[in-house]
Design a protein around this ligand. Structure first.
Ligand SMILES: Cc1cc2nc3c(=O)[nH]c(=O)nc-3n(C[C@H](O)[C@H](O)[C@H](O)COP(=O)(O)O)c2cc1C
Length: 326
């Protein structure tokens, strides 16, 4: 069994730096057990130079499996070593980042830069495949400035043994601008024999169903941060469960899971409770905004430095939302 076996179409939590760490992934799995989760991108170089870091960098919990660990870098041998360390820690898939457009990433020939270095990209796939027994996949974009190389690029990676590919429907040049264009992702699926997943701008169940087309699944990033329950409803929709796809989840149920998430964040943090709670504030602030609550309620959330204070802020959110709804 690998993460690529089992039912299709798949719903996947996108790798997101600063978000898809173990607590967030475990929270998502509590909310949407049918989804597959990807880690944020992790440095192949860092862990190959200091393999003792693997235990913390690649920490995988049983209740979040199957987890795909995403790596970035440019050196095939470093990818191979990092991938084998991740597999030892319990990763059930290795994804190679060939899509990040950030200046400092691309300047080091990492991320999107690999779309322009097909020989190097091939060698990375070959060496990583040889080092692990779990699937090796790539997440990339439509291309550098346009999509003309997408099919030839992906075909060459497939010939090296690539197990699946995810395409974010924007080019490197677009960064996050404009709307994701899925048309060439459907054409790519026609040209390849491996699973192809589409990514970009899925923010509703209707959008997921609409965009799926001939693909093997959808990967959701910002939409899942805004509404983790979207993944649960998308899983239901893809399984043909129309009622589940439409289900509205109550505040009590949601707040209970947000509280459990805060506990996971504190429990799995390698730093202090204060640090874990401070980094949790971004979720509180977003939730506050989404629930449309008052400034007074926000103040407590942005000051929360202990688990008890995070829980108190969430209780306040619940109270205020129920009052608003009444
Ligand atoms: C905050 C943030 C961090 C991201 N970090 C990563 C990353 O570590 N690896 C990666 O492949 N993509 C990363 N991405 C890109 C997302 O995986 C995804 O491709 C992009 O957000 C488009 O999908 P969406 O519209 O569903 O969000 C990141 C995006 C955001 C917003």
């Amino acid at each position: 069994m690998t993460w690529l076996t089992g039912s299709y179409p798949k719903v996947i939590l996108a790798p997101m730096d600063g978000y898809t760490d173990p607590p967030f992934r475990r929270f998502i799995k509590k909310v949407a057990p049918g989804a597959t989760v990807f880690s944020e991108f992790l440095s192949a170089r860092l862990v190959s130079q200091k393999p003792s870091l693997a235990k913390t960098m690649f920490r995988v919990y049983d209740d979040e499996k199957p987890v795909v660990i995403q790596l970035y870098g440019k050196d095939p041998a470093e990818f191979a070593l990092a991938a084998s360390l991740a597999e030892q820690e319990g990763a059930q898939g290795i994804d190679i980042n060939m899509g990040c457009p950030a200046k400092k990433v691309v300047a080091h020939r990492h991320g999107s830069a690999l779309m322009k270095e097909i020989d190097l990209a091939e060698e990375i796939i070959r060496q990583t495949k040889a080092a692990v027994s779990v699937p090796v996949t790539v997440k990339t974009r439509l291309g550098w400035e346009d999509d003309r190389n997408l099919i030839p690029f992906a075909l060459r990676l497939q010939d090296c043994g690539l197990d699946a590919i995810t395409i974010h429907g924007r080019t490197y040049s677009q960064k996050f601008e404009g709307e994701a264009d899925w048309t060439s992702i459907y054409a790519l699926k026609e040209a390849l024999s491996i699973p192809v997943f589409g990514n970009g701008d899925v923010v509703s169940v209707a959008g997921a169903l609409d965009k799926l087309g001939n693909l093997d699944g959808v990967m959701v990033g910002r939409g899942a941060v805004a509404d983790p329950w979207l993944l649960k409803r998308a899983c239901a929709a893809f399984a043909g469960d129309e009622e589940g796809a439409r289900r509205v989840y109550g505040f009590e149920e949601k707040i209970a899971l947000w509280k459990a998430f805060a506990e996971l964040a504190v429990e799995s943090s390698v730093k202090t409770e204060k640090h874990a709670c401070q980094s949790f504030r971004k979720f509180l602030v977003r939730l506050h905004k989404d629930l449309g609550l008052s400034r007074e309620v926000r103040a407590q959330a942005v000051r929360a430095s202990t688990l008890a204070e995070v829980h108190a802020a969430l209780d306040l959110f619940l109270e205020a939302s129920l009052e608003t709804a009444a």
